[in-house]
Design a protein around this ligand. Structure first.
Ligand SMILES: Cc1cc2nc3c(=O)[nH]c(=O)nc-3n(C[C@H](O)[C@H](O)[C@H](O)COP(=O)(O)OP(=O)(O)OC[C@H]3O[C@@H](n4cnc5c(N)ncnc54)[C@H](O)[C@@H]3O)c2cc1C
Length: 814
């Protein structure tokens, strides 16, 4: 297994020989990359992989992840036919519902599985029992069944992928420990191991729960914590000639089962989670000799799961336990993988598989290998991108609190609008105390406390959506929406991510990265996308030119690391040496004053001439409000006349109060983020990670107006020029405003499924429910009737001309 002499250079070095590392190696080899080395400090599979339960389920809460897991199944089937089969057994899987809400979840999943051609079907309790006769049906309301799910031997799987990688030219060195990593000019340069140094261009950290310590070698933060995860295996008791049982998940009881030889393997997610060594400071360092090892049995924590398992499968109380496994596994703060290139050029991570790494490994290896080769993700991987983790995750304490909360809610149903509860309150706006004193109901984004709505604006539940969309709904949102349309709303958007890009090359650099022409003179504000080489939207933001060589970029709260990281990467790789990017998010508050009376209200606080002639749309000025110098930018994300006002944090509260006071007689209402969502959906303004992402081009998304026709070159231009869109984002409306799409529902035209919903909400001005979906261009004509499946029932809507509100923009350019 282990080769003797370590090469002194390789193009790509993979660290870690579990299912993650071997799959990345396998897929790199499939892509034709031959100059690849895989290193493991011990034997292959000696981390989490060897003690895995080996269940492979494909359906996940996210479409991309589901597609990845479907690739895993295809691959495992394929490997089963090779000389190193991984013991892939396609036994199917059952998921039980014991509450009406779980049944709704199942029906919703069946709906969107349809959009992938994944054959998930609803079965009756009796049919479930026929498939898994050991089960007691107490409390079971229904179930789903997916015949193509299965189980695999995790170690054999890693060995099979390693064999495939070797056959493709990858060299594997076990008992070779990475001790340090060297960088040069922000990129990886070499890896130092206990067997020698390897110069390289790319490193892929597939260290599983060891990934944080490997990443520390280049000062990259990987927020993963090893959590104890347990299962047991019973004595054999089943008839060896009987067909293999399907896997069984009973999420309401926190448990899962699969057949193991002639016994059962049973595990679950405890309500009292336990990090392996949580001292809240240094808990992700793993002992140097921890390989091929397990943790001590923790029966006390497992008791609830054991009791639940006996209720569901009575036989569990009669048969003996052959072995009990307590193994550590790397979990992330949101139960999604941690993938992609970090802020250090060429340093990739593929780790934190949160107890679904065996199911995910095939897909993970594919997307990460493609990402390494292309230098950018080849599909929308935002939910798994390491860059989704903001600065707060540098704190071990914050990270652990978030991970524990998530682990314990692993099997819970997550409703739209649900908020995280742990490690709050985090970052606060300068006007936070005012909000708190005025009945604000806060949400959280990237550890910022933000106003969702103000409870004192609540009235009745007439418009409360049916089903899940109504779970975290408030009537206050409609009131705030209407106040903004009729008079004015004041929104605290201080959490916006903000950066100053400066330097003599800043204009040239930004016009290379941005698809729009963003260099139009001091005081101009431009809405733009930054594209990848495939023409997909990497970022979506505004750029304000503040001097000949300085620009202010404003992007979404959660996108700081991602968007500014993308800029850093293009700067480094494009050789723009005289450009500096400085993140100023926490130096500036931001208040958005929006609505027909915005000018009247703002004029009461400043001497500045706010007339349209002196202060046109998409312009930015410095002016004084309540004695404080602020930057006011005339733009809107809600479809109304308005300004975003950037204010030094120290004076934020004073300026907020001055604006509130100025609006008292004008019907001004303080408003929250939920109202922004409703207003922007009505106006058709896109949200990155909502309707647009790295997989969608501006032309598909109806953003062609933001592409510069003048510029000879910018990243993505070639791809945009050569591709003819075959799908288009459309707005659909539903007459019943309470029938609100959540996202991922299948869309059917003339009886055929043609797409799935991207986003949805309520439009309180047009008095309809709204949904957006990408559909094949031939199906996008306004007036086309569409059927959308809501929890198993089809409802009819119609494709509408965009925007749904104020198509002439008459409200904005006043
Ligand atoms: C009890 C339990 C049950 C599970 N059940 C399931 C299941 O049913 N289905 C499912 O899909 N998933 C399951 N999982 C999760 C799955 O096992 C893991 O997600 C997966 O094995 C992780 O693989 P990996 O390659 O990321 O990490 P690992 O397997 O941990 O591999 C990391 C490797 O990196 C090496 N390494 C570390 N540091 C260095 C260094 N400095 N130099 C060189 N090498 C280094 C280690 O030696 C190790 O081999 C389970 C996990 C546990 C703990």
């Amino acid at each position: 297994m282990s080769k003797s002499s370590l090469p002194s250079r390789a193009k790509i070095v993979i660290i870690g020989g579990g299912v993650g590392g071997t799959s990345v190696a396998f897929h790199l080899a499939e892509l034709g990359e031959k100059d690849v080395i895989l290193l493991d400090r011990n034997e292959l599979t000696s981390g989490s992989t060897f003690h895995s339960a080996g269940l492979v389920g494909q359906l996940r809460a996210d479409p991309t992840l589901t597609k990845m897991n479907m690739h895993s199944v295809d691959l495992y089937r394929r490997l089963q036919k090779t000389e190193t089969p991984p013991s892939w057994r396609e036994c199917g899987s059952i998921k039980l519902a014991t509450t009406p809400e779980r049944m709704e979840e199942i029906r919703r999943q069946i709906g969107w599985a349809r959009t992938f051609n994944l054959d998930l079907k609803e079965i009756s309790p009796k049919e479930a029992q026929e498939l898994f006769p050991l089960m007691d049906l107490e409390g079971v309301l229904g179930a789903s069944y997916l015949a193509s799910d299965g189980q695999v031997d995790p170690s054999q799987l890693a060995m099979a992928m390693a064999a495939g990688a070797r056959a493709g030219g990858v060299q594997i060195f076990t008992h070779t420990r990475v001790l340090s990593i060297q960088t040069e000019k922000g990129r990886v340069k070499s890896v130092t191991t206990d067997k020698g140094v390897i110069e390289c261009e790319v490193i892929v950290n597939c260290g599983g729960m060891y990934a944080p310590s490997i990443a520390r070698m280049v000062d990259v933060r990987v927020p993963i914590v090893p959590m104890s995860h347990q299962y047991l295996i019973t004595d054999n008791f089943m008839d060896p000639s009987a067909p293999l049982l399907p896997s069984l998940r009973d999420p309401d009881s926190l448990i899962y089962f699969r057949q193991e030889v002639q016994g059962l393997l049973m595990g679950g997610y405890e309500r009292n989670s336990k990090a392996w060594s949580a001292d809240h400071q240094n808990f992700d360092d793993i002992p140097a000799n921890f390989n091929n090892q397990l943790l001590g049995e923790d029966w006390d924590r497992f008791e609830e799961i054991a009791v639940n398992s006996q209720r569901r499968v009575p036989k569990m109380s009669e048969i003996g336990v052959k072995s009990f496994i307590n193994g550590p596994e790397g979990f992330t703060p949101d139960n999604e993988f941690c993938l992609g290139e970090s802020e250090v050029g060429g340093f990739f991570v593929a780790a934190g598989f949160c107890a679904h790494g065996i199911a995910g490994a095939g897909g993970i290896g594919k997307v990460v290998a493609e990402w390494v080769v292309a230098g950018e993700p080849t599909m929308d991987l935002w939910h798994m991108d390491i860059k989704r983790f903001g600065a707060s995750y540098r704190s071990p304490d914050f990270t652990l609190k978030r991970i524990s909360e998530n682990y314990e809610a692993y099997y819970d149903i997550h409703y739209p609008g649900e908020e995280r509860q742990s490690a709050r309150p985090g970052k606060k706006s300068p006007a936070y105390e005012w909000h708190a004193a005025n009945t604000a109901v806060f949400g959280e984004k990237s550890s910022w406390e933000r106003v969702n709505y103000y409870a004192n604006h609540e009235s009745d539940d007439k418009l409360k959506p049916h089903g899940w969309a109504g779970k975290h709904w408030s009537s206050a949102v409609a009131a705030e929406h209407r106040a903004t349309r009729e008079n004015a709303g004041l929104f605290d958007e201080s959490s916006f991510a903000k950066a100053i890009v400066s330097g003599t090359q800043a204009p040239e650099f930004l016009n290379w990265v941005c698809a729009n022409d963003v260099v139009k003179g001091v005081g101009r504000t431009i809405y733009t996308q930054a594209l990848n080489t495939r023409g997909g939207i990497e970022s979506d933001y505004t750029v304000t030119q503040t001097s000949d060589t300085e620009f202010l970029i404003i992007t979404g709260t959660a996108f700081s690391t991602h968007d500014f990281g993308w800029l850093e990467k293009q700067m480094r790789e494009g050789g723009f040496n005289d450009v500096t990017i400085k993140v100023v998010t926490e130096e500036l508050g931001c208040f958005a004053l929006m609505g027909p009376k915005a000018r009247t209200i703002l004029a009461k606080t400043t001497e500045y001439d706010l007339s349209h002639a002196n202060f046109p749309f998409m312009h930015s000025r410095e002016l004084n409000i309540a004695g404080t110098k602020v930057r006011a930018t005339r733009l809107t994300y809600v479809g109304e006349l308005g300004w975003e006002i950037y204010v030094p944090v120290a004076d934020g509260k004073k300026v907020w109060e001055a604006l509130i006071a100025a609006g008292t007689d004008e019907g001004l209402m303080p408003c929250g983020y939920r109202a922004i969502e409703s207003l922007r959906l009505e106006k058709g303004y896109r949200a990155w990670a909502g309707e647009i992402n790295t997989e969608t081009t501006p032309y598909e998304a109806g953003l062609g107006f933001a592409i510069s026709k003048k510029k000879d070159k910018f990243i993505g231009k070639d791809a945009l020029s050569s591709a003819k869109p075959t799908r288009k984002l459309v707005a659909m409306t539903f007459d019943d405003i309470r029938q609100v799409p959540l996202g991922n529902e299948p869309v059917r035209i003339n009886g055929s499924v043609v797409g799935r919903v991207k986003s949805g909400g309520q439009g309180y001005t047009i008095n309809k429910a709204i949904g957006y979906a990408y559909l094949p261009t031939e199906h996008t004509a306004p007036g086309t009737r569409v059927d959308v499946e809501f929890f198993g029932t089809w409802a009819t809507g119609v494709i509408c001309e965009e925007p749904l509100f104020d198509p002439e923009n008459s409200k904005i350019r006043l």
